[in-house]
Design a protein around this ligand. Structure first.
Ligand SMILES: Nc1nc2c(c(=O)[nH]1)N[C@H]1C(S)=C(S)[C@@H](COP(=O)(O)O)O[C@H]1N2
Ligand SMILES: [Mo]
Length: 545
């Protein structure tokens, strides 16, 4: 074992050159860990934001046309592969350099990593379709690589010793500085082995993550391709034509049907499940006489029904927008349950999502004749991925958390005294009927309107019962009846409007209150969203000028 000491400094150069591979390997391992975990993150939560591919796209964008043609001329259709290999090679060289820099002139190695990370971040966010989630892989790459690099290089005693010797020789190292040769020279053997192990483990983690990311991305591509194999069949039972009088002609009013792109989204899924429809199965299990299993093609071949149903979230505060109305296409759940034949005593259907979410729905609500369906279509399109593709439940009259399981794969017949849906042990009621409520949408809260005649409008809902009237109160004045648009059905919200004919200059409040078809008047008593939905009256402020 030869240690570098001031005495051997003259002979140090070849040894130092040899010692370069250790920090270079540390840099490579750190980069591999960063890249691997970043590619895995991208595959899971931001499929379009693979750092290698986004940097590749950036290179394609900025490279002059002449170079592009040259590359295509040289490599033909392999041009993209060549680009990726080039990026990886450049990254490897820079990573090795970062390792050497970090071990000799910290924190310049880390700074180099941050610089590369910043380029990847810029590449991810400069795409036209970029979303904020797309920043995550590049940030993961940067963070993991910087931390791993710091960790590995501070454990390179031999090189440090060489360095500090050189530094001492140059007079740059202050007495008592952390990497003292005399300390380090005592245990170079075991340290050297440990560094090797750390570097190897770091590289191994990176490699595993990289492979995992590639496999996961391949599965996603397969699922994406399989979606194209299915088209939405026509409905056997069409939704009765929506009455013309269901939509009021008021500027800015909430549309009667919520476009898919504007439909609120609530779920526990960090990354949207991407289910391959060719492998999707729904099983009906538990307290049944016959277990039933159905695949997507079989489901699509059944007589599907169209129904317009409003879906509301229990977390929707009074006046909030976690509610939407869509025309769904699906198969009645009661038909599938009838095939399975529940045994007596079962009172709950515990539906399970592919990602583990569960909802507990009373069998009653699924079999009493309402349009409780396994939905495959939403407003004329296949379910969007984030709304549960390929199949979800929609049950009129129940909040989503106890009924509207997206990406559904199992319906288990069971009992409320035996099982709980996902949210019940987390402080939410086991039953979640949607509460009677109403909302002012026009004018917007806190806005200013001209004096004179002001149209106030919004929506009201009392699912599965129906809204019979809506009234409006200005300041502390009397409650006045609003005009109610025609109902599509008791399961959808209704638009309403009221013309405030003598709006006077000043600040005013506007309140709305709905009454349901059974005569129940919406309560003014406020309740929080937990455990079973908010109550209270929606009130807005307007300044009339
Ligand atoms: N798989 C799954 N399904 C789910 C949820 C979930 O977290 N995971 N959330 C439920 C809740 S709380 C609501 S309000 C509705 C929302 O459906 P949307 O996102 O299509 O509007 O989905 C329900 N279905
Ligand atoms: Mo919800």
């Amino acid at each position: 074992m030869v240690y570098v000491t001031p005495d051997t400094a003259a002979a140090a150069t070849p040894r130092r050159a040899r010692a370069l591979w250790r920090p270079a390997a540390a840099g490579l391992a750190a980069a591999l860990a960063g890249l691997g975990l970043a590619e895995l993150t991208a595959a899971w939560i931001a499929p379009g934001a693979s750092p290698v591919l986004t940097v590749g796209a950036l290179v394609i964008d900025i490279v002059p046309p002449g170079v592009k043609e040259l590359v295509i001329g040289l490599f033909g259709t392999a041009d993209k592969f060549v680009l990726i290999v080039t990026i990886v090679l450049v990254l490897a060289v820079v990573a090795a350099l970062a390792g050497i820099l970090e071990s000799r002139r910290p924190p310049f190695g880390r700074l180099l990593v941050v610089l590369i990370g910043a380029i990847a971040l810029f590449a991810a966010l400069s795409r036209s379709s970029a979303s904020t989630l797309d920043a995550v892989p590049a940030v993961v790459a940067m963070g993991v690589a910087a931390i791993a690099l710091t960790f590995l290089t501070t454990r390179l005693p031999i090189l440090r010793a060489t360095e500090s010797t050189a530094a001492t020789r140059d007079g740059a190292l202050k007495p008592g500085a952390p990497f003292d040769t005399s300390d380090r020279a005592e245990t170079p053997g075991p340290d050297r082995r440990r560094v090797l192990v750390y570097t190897g483990v770091t590289a191994g983690i990176g490699l595993l993550a990289l492979v995992g990311g590639q496999l996961s991305a391949a599965a996603t591509r397969a699922a994406d391709a399989a979606r194209a194999l299915f088209t939405l069949p026509a409905a056997s039972v069409r939704q009765a034509a929506i009455p013309a009088g269901a939509s009021l002609d008021v500027a800015g009013i909430t549309p009667l049907i919520t476009p898919n792109a504007d439909f609120y989204r609530i779920d526990t899924a960090l990354s949207v499940p991407r289910i391959d429809p060719t492998t999707w199965r729904l099983r009906v299990t538990g307290m049944v006489e016959n277990e039933v299993e159905i695949d997507f093609a079989e489901l699509l071949a059944l007589p599907l029904e169209e129904s317009t149903t409003t879906l509301a979230c229990v977390s929707n505060y009074v006046g909030g927008d976690l509610i939407g109305n869509a025309t769904w296409l699906g198969y009645p759940i009661r038909e599938l349950l009838a095939r399975a034949t529940p045994t007596s005593g079962a009172d709950m259907v515990l539906s399970t999502s592919q990602d583990g979410f569960t909802a507990g729905t009373p069998i009653e609500a699924l079999t009493d004749g309402r349009n409780a369906i396994l939905a495959v279509g939403m407003n004329g399109e296949p379910l969007p991925l984030e709304h549960g593709y390929p199949v979800r439940m929609v049950v009129p009259g129940l909040y989503g958390y106890v009924s509207a399981t997206k990406w559904v794969v199992e319906l288990k017949l069971t009992r409320f005294d035996q099982e709980q849906g996902y949210w019940t042990p987390r402080g939410w009621s086991e039953l979640g009927p949607v509460k009677l409520s109403s909302r002012v949408d026009v004018p917007r809260d806190g806005t200013s309107v001209p004096a004179g005649s002001v149209v106030i409008a919004g929506v009201a809902w009392s699912q599965h019962v129906g809204v019979s009237s809506v009234s409006v109160q200005i300041d502390d004045g009397p409650w006045k009846d609003a005009t109610l648009a025609d109902a599509i059905s008791v399961d959808t919200w209704r638009q309403w409007a009221y013309t405030w004919s003598d709006a006077t200059i000043g600040n005013h409040t506007v309140k709305v209150r709905a009454t349901d078809a059974e005569g129940l008047v919406q309560t003014s008593a406020t309740a929080d969203v937990a455990p079973d939905g908010a109550t209270g009256l929606h009130e807005i402020s307007v300044s009339v000028s």
